[in-house]
Design a protein. Structure first.
Length: 247
């Protein structure tokens, strides 16, 4: 019995699948979005490593904001040698802490007088005048800020007043007409400077100068003698004493 062969079907040609360029553009855009989100969320650092580098997210160092100096003084007018407290405790650092406080004391002409360091300090002045105080703060990352960086009027100002000379103890005297009377002011002193002028008014229309002087009265009576001391800052003080002159 003869076998019949099945007729073969003609082979179907497979159509080549063409990749659409639009699809690849969409894939690339999606990858870019994923990477952007990963970087923003902190999953990748700038070097491609995960986690944080140098203690900051993404391995990117943020901008270190400048500290903000704030200063106050316990007084704006004091005598020489009197303490003034300078306080910088209200100073702040937006993204860290302040490590150093430098106070710069300047004279009226802007010349630096001296410096002190610390959040709260006490200062005093040996000479009278007007002094200006500036403050520089440095944060934990090394950035500094100055109180009067942009405005010199932001500095603190303190007026230091002159202490007057100290007069000696003058006692009332009794003398006779024609008898020399000695007046002694050698124990007078100036606590914050020097005595420049020593003047005497003997009460009879005559005057004298010097720490130790003598005067002779030609008429009996009671005279008021005035001592005037003037220091190197122009401050002056007076004291009086009575002299009774007998015939």
């Amino acid at each position: 019995m003869a076998h019949k062969r099945k007729a073969r079907r003609p082979a179907q040609k497979k159509e080549a699948v063409r990749s659409s360029p639009v699809r690849w553009e969409l894939v690339a855009a999606a990858v870019l979005v994923v990477l952007t989100v990963a970087l923003t969320a902190g999953y990748l650092g700038t070097t491609g490593k995960t986690g944080t580098e140098h203690g900051t997210p993404n391995g990117v160092n943020p901008v270190n904001h400048a500290p903000i100096p704030k200063a106050s003084a316990s007084a704006t007018s004091v005598l020489t040698f009197e303490d003034v407290t300078l306080d910088a405790s209200q100073s702040k650092d937006p993204d860290g802490w302040i490590e150093n406080f430098t106070w710069i004391i300047e004279d009226y002409h802007g010349k630096e007088y001296f410096r002190v360091y610390g959040r709260e300090v006490s200062v005093s002045f040996n000479h009278s005048g007007v002094y200006f105080i500036d403050l520089i703060v440095r944060d934990d990352k090394g950035r500094t800020a100055r109180l009067a960086a942009d405005n010199p009027y932001a500095r603190l100002s303190i007026e230091v007043l002159n202490r007057l000379p100290v007069v000696p103890d003058l006692r009332n005297r009794t003398a006779e007409v024609g008898e020399p009377v000695q007046f002694n002011a050698s124990s007078a002193y100036d606590p914050d400077g020097t005595i420049q002028v020593v003047e005497w008014d003997f009460g009879d229309g005559t005057q004298g100068e010097g720490f130790i002087v003598e005067h002779t009265y030609t008429e009996p009576g009671t005279y008021t003698v005035t001592l005037r001391l003037t220091d190197d800052s122009g401050g002056s003080v007076e004291a009086t004493v009575k002299v009774v002159v007998l015939e």
